[in-house]
Design a protein around this ligand. Structure first.
Ligand code: AMP
Length: 497
């Protein structure tokens, strides 16, 4: 099939030709003709399938007749994240270059004033995240009564992010007669209910099972002994990777994104970060730096990276195994796009194995292991006591009883090779910085320290503990022996002298 057969306008076809696309992707071939006829669409497709153009191209064709009025947008596209919204705006700029349409972005983190001014001028295409859209609506800055086409993109992600009540509200605010184009990678029951309530006799277009992973991606699992060793495992993966150009690194938690990012930079890697707590300008700057090649690594959370279309990513590195197996599919889909080859490596500890089993059953195949298995790995960092790692004496005093290792083991302390000790990233601290009671020689930061400003805490952190975790306070793990010596108290009799 060719684009000419889909019924798109000449202006749109000319823009598609300039993009260099030779044939429509399956979702485009299925969705564009009925969308041009004004039918509702239920598209079950992942990012990377060409679904943005599947709704952008027919919208552009249909918008050629009619004009926008102040405060009354003609079409509305809802996206779960700011990055996706910005990406859709880019698509309109690319495919709509032969049109004179006003496109506005309503996303958090950008000044209200500029956005309001755009809406006042009249908007043909409004691309928004649900929260900011309803904020504008509730302030009376916007009317939704002129919406001719409503696009709900990444609906399952909206569900994960708790946006479904907002989506339902928007669906009730737009005219009943509008056309709805609805896209989701998966169809959990809540999403099915939503489509039953708000789509009118939709054409269902399903391009592939959400659980399938592209055959262009080489996937592998890499064993890591414990949480404390994962950063070192990651650094080795990056250093040893073949055909490495750049990598998206995924963490499960926003906090860990920041920690890992700092750690990589400290170890001399050129890295950026992307997570939901960063302000919009910082997010865009990070993303641009990665896209332009100014940094070759970007550490991300799932929400921030969902659906990002960065065409040429050579590696996806899962620093954490995703706890929702569908996230695995989305993460690794950031590489191997548009027929290119890609590599997706996942760092796995023994605790993660239950999630690996779930992922393998979702994708319907076993993922190969790369490098030594758990049994062949060097001992975990957290079994090595801090005193031993520093080459110091075994700790004395009352605290040494806790988690003490057997006598024989203490006689021959486990040491890591010097090269490994050079980068004492974890120093036996558990991931996330919270000491575990069974770990010897750790102290929580005092509440006062925990509450201290970040800069101050950085100051106090000993330099050789070159990674993130609670700063050592007071004497740290070392208690000078004179403090442990019994104090002889002479009893003084009253009246003596
Ligand atoms: P999407 O699923 O919308 O994120 O698109 C994934 C990538 O496919 C984007 O980089 C698009 O530019 C590209 N793309 C979209 N349609 C086509 C097409 N018909 N032929 C080749 N690439 C396409």
């Amino acid at each position: 099939m060719t684009f000419d057969e889909l019924g798109l306008s000449q202006k749109v076809l000319a823009a598609v030709q300039t993009s260099g696309y030779t044939a429509p992707t399956p979702i485009q071939a299925q969705a564009i003709p009925p969308a041009l006829q004004g039918r509702d669409i239920l598209g079950i497709a992942q990012t990377g399938t060409g679904k943005t153009a599947a709704f952008t191209l027919p919208m552009l064709s249909r918008l050629e007749s009619g004009r926008a009025r102040a405060r009354v947008p003609r079409t509305l596209i809802l996206e779960p994240t700011r990055e996706l919204a910005a990406q859709v705006e880019e698509s309109f700029a690319k495919y709509g270059k032969n049109h004179r349409l006003n496109v506005a972005l309503l996303i958090g983190g950008v000044s209200f004033g500029d956005q309001e001014a755009k809406i006042m001028r009249g908007v043909d295409v409004l691309i928004a995240t649900p929260g900011r859209l309803l904020d504008f609506f509730d302030r009376g800055k916007l009317l939704l009564t002129g919406i001719e086409i409503l696009v709900i993109d990444e609906a399952d992600r909206m569900l994960d992010m708790g946006f479904i009540p907002d989506i339902e509200r928007v669906c009730k605010l737009v005219p009943f007669t509008r056309q709805t184009l609805f896209f989701s990678a998966t169809m959990p029951p809540e999403i099915t209910r939503l489509t039953e309530a708000f789509l009118h006799n939709p054409i269902r277009c399903e391009v592939s099972r959400a659980a399938t992973t592209a055959t262009t991606i080489r996937q592998a699992l890499v064993a890591s002994r414990g949480h404390a060793d994962k950063r070192e495992t990651l650094r080795n993966l990056i250093r040893d990777a073949e055909n490495f150009k750049n990598a998206i690194i995924f963490c499960n938690r926003k906090r860990d994104v920041a920690i890992l990012h700092r750690s990589l930079v400290k170890h001399g890697f050129s890295a950026g970060a992307l997570h939901g707590d960063m302000d919009q300008l910082a997010r865009m700057a990070s993303l641009d730096a990665f896209k332009n090649g100014d940094v070759s690594l970007i550490v991300c959370s799932d929400v921030a990276a969902r659906g990002l279309d960065i065409p040429d990513v050579s590696h996806v590195l899962n620093f954490d195994v995703p706890t929702h197996s569908e996230d695995y599919v989305h993460r690794i889909g950031r590489t191997g796009r548009a027929g290119r080859s890609g590599v997706a490596l996942t760092i796995v500890t023994e605790d993660d194995m239950k999630y690996i089993d779930q992922i393998q059953s979702l994708i319907g195949k076993a993922i190969d292991w790369e490098g030594p298995g758990f049994d062949a790995l060097p001992p975990p960092m957290e079994t090595i006591r801090p005193q031993e790692r520093r080459g110091g004496r075994a700790e004395r005093g009352p605290r040494r009883e806790r988690g003490r290792r057997p006598e024989a083991e203490r006689e021959a302390p486990i040491r890591r090779p010097a090269a490994e000790r050079e980068a004492p990233v974890s120093m036996g601290r558990p991931r996330g910085g919270r000491p575990k009671p069974e770990q010897e020689g750790f102290r929580s930061p005092s509440p006062a320290c925990a509450a201290a400003p970040a800069a101050e805490r950085r100051e106090r952190r000993p330099r050789r503990h070159d990674d993130d975790g609670p700063p050592v306070v007071g004497l740290g793990d070392h208690v000078p022996s004179f403090l442990l010596r019994p104090v002889a108290l002479r009893s003084a009799k009253v009246g003596e002298e």
